[in-house]
Design a protein around this ligand. Structure first.
Ligand code: SF4
Ligand code: SF4
Length: 174
C-alpha cells in the first residue's frame, strides 16, 4: 500500500507561485543575516576590544569576585552552608562577656569574632547563593574580573587581610 493511501503523507505539491515565494523568502532572510554578519566582518561594528588597554565595563549586578565587608559579618555561616561547592571557609570565636559591644552598620549585634573568612575563588561557580542568604548583606559580588593567578592556591582570598580591603577601596574609587 502506498503511503499516500495510508494517509501518512498529506502535503500537496507546491504551486508555481509558492515555489517562487519560498525562493524569495530564502533570499530575503539570507540577505538579512548576511547584512548583520558583514557589519562585523568589515569592522562597521566592532566586536573586539584592545584588552588590557581597553577594558570591558561589566554591569553593576554582574557576579564576579566576591567581597566580604568583614566588619558587618556576624559569622552566622549561612553563606558557607548555602555554598554548593563548599569554598567558603569560616571560623569564629565567641566574644568575651565583658568585651565591648559591637554592632553591624544596620544595628545587628556581633556576638562572634571572625578568626578566618576565606573564599577559594578557584572553586567558586559564581552562583550567588552565598550573597542571597547573607542576613547583613556584607557579602557581595564585585564586577572585578582581573584576578587571575599563576598558582591556583593564590585564588584563596583571605578577607581578614588588609590587602583585600585595599583592593575593595580601589574598586570603589573607579
Ligand atoms: S557564589 Fe556560589 S559557589 Fe561561589 S562562594 Fe558563593 S555560593 Fe559558593
Ligand atoms: S552569611 Fe553573611 S553574615 Fe553570615 S557568615 Fe556569611 S558573610 Fe558573614
Amino acid at each position: 500500500m502506498k503511503l499516500q493511501e495510508m494517509g501518512e503523507i498529506t502535503e500537496s505539491p507546491l504551486t508555481f507561485k509558492q515555489y517562487f515565494t519560498n525562493i524569495l523568502d530564502a533570499v530575503r532572510s539570507t540577505y538579512k543575516g548576511m547584512k548583520i554578519t558583514l557589519k562585523y566582518v568589515y569592522g562597521v561594528k566592532e566586536v573586539t576590544i584592545q584588552y588590557p588597554e581597553e577594558k570591558e565595563v561589566l554591569p553593576l549586578n554582574s557576579r564576579s569576585r566576591l567581597f566580604n565587608d568583614v566588619e558587618n559579618c556576624i559569622a552566622c555561616m549561612q553563606c558557607s552552608t548555602a555554598c554548593p561547592v563548599s569554598c567558603i571557609y569560616i571560623s569564629a570565636v565567641k566574644r568575651e562577656k565583658d568585651a565591648p559591644k559591637v554592632k553591624t552598620s544596620s544595628g545587628q549585634a556581633i556576638r562572634l569574632d571572625l578568626t578566618m573568612y576565606t573564599i577559594d575563588e578557584a572553586l567558586c561557580c559564581y552562583c550567588g547563593l552565598c550573597t542571597t542568604v547573607c542576613p547583613t548583606e556584607c557579602l557581595t559580588h564585585t564586577s572585578d574580573y582581573e584576578y587571575s593567578q599563576y598558582v591556583v592556591d593564590s585564588m584563596k582570598y583571605d578577607y581578614l587581610a588588609p590587602e583585600v580591603r585595599v583592593w575593595r577601596n580601589r574598586l570603589l574609587k573607579k
